[in-house]
Design a protein around this ligand. Structure first.
Ligand SMILES: O=C(O)CCC(=O)C(=O)O
Length: 272
C-alpha cells in the first residue's frame, strides 16, 4: 500500500474550485432533440400555464425529465454529492440568436436557505456553447465563501428572475469560460459565482440547469421547495415530493407544475 489516498478527479477538482467540466453525459441525438423541442417552445410558448414553462421544466415535459435522470449525468452528480440524490429543478436557459439577454454574476444560493449548502447544478448543453454565444463563466474558488451580498436590478435584459448581481467587482481575468459540446455537462456548486454573456451568433444557445440535492440537506428558509428522489434512498424526507410527468403537458403534469411553483411566484421564482 502506498498510503496515498486516491481522490476521484471530479470530486477533487469540484471541492477545490467549485466546478468541474466537461463530462460527456447525454448522447448528441438526445441533446439535439431536446434543443429542437425547446426552439419550438420558444417560438410558440404553451398557453394557459400559470408559471414560466422553462422553470422546473422537468415537471411539464417528459423529455426534459429524461435528461435529468440520464445515468451518466447522475454518475457525475453522485461523484460530488453522494449516492442519495434529489432532483429539485430543471431550468431551461435558452438565448436566441443575436439577443441581448445575459446573466449577471451571481450565486445560485443567494435566495436559498440550505443546511448544508450542498446543492449542485449539472448544466446540460443542448447546443454547443462557447464565449460568442454566451456560455457560462465561473470564478474559481468562490464556493468557499459564504453568501456574497447581491443587488437586484430587475434589468429587462437579465435572464435572472430579479436581475440579481453580486455587489462586488469580479476580476474578469481570473474567470473560466465553460465551453461545452452538445450533450456535455458542467457541474457547479450553489455558492460558486458565475455569469453568462449575450448570444452574438446566428444560432440559439440552449442548456438545462439541473439542480440536485443530497437527501440529507434541509431547507432552512423560504417557501417550501419540492423534489423527486432520482437515485439511492431518502431516509430524511426533508422535501415535499414532486411527481414526474408521464406525458408532455398533460393535465397531471400541469397540476404538478402549478403545485410546485405556486409558493415561489411572489418572489419571482428566485426561491424555487
Ligand atoms: O445558462 C446560463 O447562462 C446561466 C445559468 C445559471 O446561472 C445557472 O445554471 O445557475
Amino acid at each position: 500500500m502506498s498510503g496515498v489516498i486516491e481522490l476521484c478527479p471530479i470530486a477533487d477538482r469540484y471541492s477545490q474550485q467549485g466546478f468541474y467540466f466537461p463530462v460527456d453525459a447525454v448522447p448528441t441525438d438526445m441533446a439535439n432533440d431536446a434543443a429542437r423541442r425547446t426552439e419550438q417552445l420558444m417560438a410558440a410558448p404553451p398557453q394557459g400555464l400559470k408559471h414560466p414553462w422553462n422553470l422546473k421544466a422537468h415537471l411539464l415535459f417528459d423529455w426534459a425529465y429524461a435528461l435529468t435522470v440520464h445515468p451518466a449525468v447522475l454518475d457525475a452528480v453522485e461523484a460530488v454529492i453522494g449516492p442519495n440524490i434529489l432532483l429539485q429543478a430543471a431550468d431551461i436557459f435558452a438565448k436566441p440568436a443575436h439577443g441581448t439577454k445575459h446573466i449577471n454574476w451571481h450565486q445560485d444560493a443567494n435566495y436559498w436557505g440550505f443546511d448544508p449548502f450542498e446543492l449542485c447544478t449539472a448544466w446540460i448543453a443542448l447546443t454547443d456553447v462557447f464565449p460568442e454565444n454566451g456560455c457560462m463563466r465561473f470564478m474559481p474558488g468562490t464556493h468557499r465563501q459564504s453568501k456574497i451580498p447581491h443587488n437586484e436590478t430587475f434589468a429587462a435584459d437579465s435572464d435572472l428572475t430579479r436581475g440579481q448581481e453580486i455587489a462586488v467587482d469580479i476580476d474578469e481575468t481570473k474567470t473560466v469560460p465553460v465551453i461545452l459540446k452538445a450533450g456535455q455537462i458542467s457541474l457547479h456548486h450553489c455558492l460558486l459565482a458565475h455569469a453568462s454573456g449575450p448570444n452574438t451568433t446566428d444560432g440559439p444557445r440552449i442548456g438545462v440547469a439541473v439542480r440536485y440535492l443530497p437527501a440529507h440537506v434541509r431547507q432552512t428558509e423560504g417557501p417550501p421547495m419540492s423534489a423527486i428522489l432520482v437515485r439511492g434512498e431518502d431516509r430524511q424526507g426533508n422535501f415535499i415530493c414532486d411527481a414526474p410527468p408521464s406525458r408532455e403537458l398533460d393535465a397531471a403534469a400541469i397540476a404538478s407544475h402549478e403545485r410546485a411553483m405556486a409558493p415561489h411566484a411572489a418572489a419571482n421564482y428566485a426561491t424555487a
